[in-house]
Each structure stands twice: as structure tokens, then as C-alpha cells.
Ligand binder design. Structure first.
Ligand code: NAG
Ligand code: NAG
Ligand code: NAG
Ligand code: NAG
Ligand code: NAG
Length: 178
């Protein structure tokens, strides 16, 4: 069975399925006057199906300047930076919907459907991502090898870091469909 799979794989008949799964989340507020997290959690909604919910209340707003740093880390014996490390002007990026496919944009498109972060600045009151389930097709431009990863998001306004969100997820390549 295994030999057959390998042959099919080499011939390009079977394409390994990648399973992406959230494994941990941690939201951290550095400036309590600015933001609070009403929710920051993972929830099991089916066998091996994990949904992510983040609900951030903006306490002083509306805001028109925000920077977001996003980096990807892969776990070896410890987490190490992995390929992506970038910073962007959030408000400008939201206004320009046709820009090239960057790491930010891949992540943004992946959760867009589950979020109210689909408008341009200014932002007011609340930002949320609800019941986001990671799926292979969302990350098809980011074919990561098997492993444990962490995305670190740092949100800045006025060049001060106000909050961080760390999300761990795992990637498994799987030949057997189930
Ligand atoms: C990302 O790049 C910045 C500036 O180039 C650097 O200071 C920082 O240490 C880098 N972070 C990672 C995770 O590589
Ligand atoms: C993250 O953002 C801060 C503040 O905007 C900036 O100083 C820093 O260089 C950024 N890091 C990266 C990796 O771009
Ligand atoms: C992308 O957007 C910019 C400005 O937002 C515009 O100048 C440019 O023509 C657009 N490119 C395409 C291919 O639509
Ligand atoms: C943003 O998402 C909300 C909720 O899903 C939806 O009602 C709204 O029409 C969307 N707005 C835009 C500009 O896509
Ligand atoms: C997940 O993230 C936390 C920090 O947010 C880290 O301490 C932990 O080791 C990570 N777990 C795995 C399995 O990578």
C-alpha cells in the first residue's frame, strides 16, 4: 500500500494533503488603556477541527495609524525565525487591495471571511476574527513543511507596541485521506 502511494506520488497522481491546525494562542496587552481582549481562544468544533477566535475591543479610537509586524517562527529545539519577518502600515495596506502577495496578505486573506477587518481605516470599537478554521486552500501559496510554527503579530500605534498575539499551529503532510 505504502509503496503504491509512493509510486503514485512520484508520478504526481497523489498530492499530499497538508493539514494545518491551530495548537495554541496567546494575546498580550501592553497598554491597557488602548485595547482589551474580550476573547482570545481556540475551540474544538469537531474531530481535529480547531477554530480560532480573537475579539479585541479598542478603548481609544478611532485610530488612523497602525503598524503591524508579522513574523513566522518554526520550532526546532526552540522557535527560530522562519523566512518571513515584515512590518507594514496597516491603514495603507487596507486601502490598497491589489498589492502583491506578501506574507501579510496571505495571512490576511486566510482570515478575511471570518473577520470584520475587511474595511479601511479608521477602525473603531472592535476588531474580531471569529471561528477561523485553518484550511489548506487558504495557505496554498505558503506550502510549509511539516512542523510546529508560531506567528507573532505585534500591533503598534504611534510607534509603541500596544498588543501582541502569538498563534501556534502545526502542519502535517498526510498521504492518507481520512
Ligand atoms: C526582523 O527584522 C528586524 C529588522 O530588520 C530585526 O530587528 C528582527 O530581529 C527580525 N526578527 C526576526 C524574528 O527575524
Ligand atoms: C516592527 O515595527 C516597529 C515599529 O513600527 C519597527 O521599528 C520594527 O523595525 C518592525 N520590525 C520589523 C521586523 O519590521
Ligand atoms: C493597484 O492599485 C494601485 C493604487 O491603489 C493602482 O495605481 C494600480 O493601477 C492597481 N493595479 C492593478 C493591476 O489594478
Ligand atoms: C465585512 O464583513 C461584514 C461581516 O462579514 C460584512 O457584513 C460586510 O459587508 C463586509 N464589508 C466589506 C466592505 O466587505
Ligand atoms: C506555543 O506557544 C507558546 C507561547 O505562546 C509557547 O510557549 C509554546 O511552547 C508553544 N507550543 C508549541 C507546541 O509549540
Amino acid at each position: 500500500m505504502r509503496a503504491l502511494l509512493i509510486i503514485l506520488l512520484l508520478c504526481g497522481i497523489v498530492i499530499p494533503e497538508r493539514r494545518y491546525r491551530f495548537t495554541n494562542i496567546k494575546c498580550n496587552v501592553l497598554d491597557k488603556s488602548y485595547v482589551s481582549f474580550a476573547q482570545c481562544k481556540l475551540k474544538v468544533i469537531g474531530r481535529g477541527i480547531i477554530a480560532l477566535t480573537i475579539d479585541a475591543k479598542l478603548l481609544t479610537g478611532p485610530f488612523n495609524n497602525a503598524k503591524v509586524n508579522l513574523s513566522l517562527w518554526k520550532k526546532y529545539s526552540e522557535f527560530r525565525p522562519f523566512i518571513f519577518n515584515s512590518s507594514l502600515d496597516f491603514c495603507k495596506a487596507m486601502a490598497c487591495t491589489n498589492s502583491t502577495l506578501t506574507f501579510h496578505r496571505i495571512i490576511y486573506r486566510a482570515f478575511l471571511k471570518y473577520s470584520n477587518i475587511n474595511q479601511t481605516c479608521p477602525y473603531d470599537k472592535e476588531l474580531y476574527v471569529r471561528d477561523w478554521v485553518l484550511k489548506e486552500e487558504q495557505l496554498k501559496y505558503l506550502p510549509l513543511p511539516t512542523g510546529e510554527y508560531q506567528v507573532r503579530l505585534k500591533a503598534y500605534t504611534d510607534n509603541e507596541c500596544k498588543a501582541t498575539v502569538y498563534v501556534n499551529f502545526s502542519v502535517k503532510e498526510d498521504l492518507m485521506q481520512s
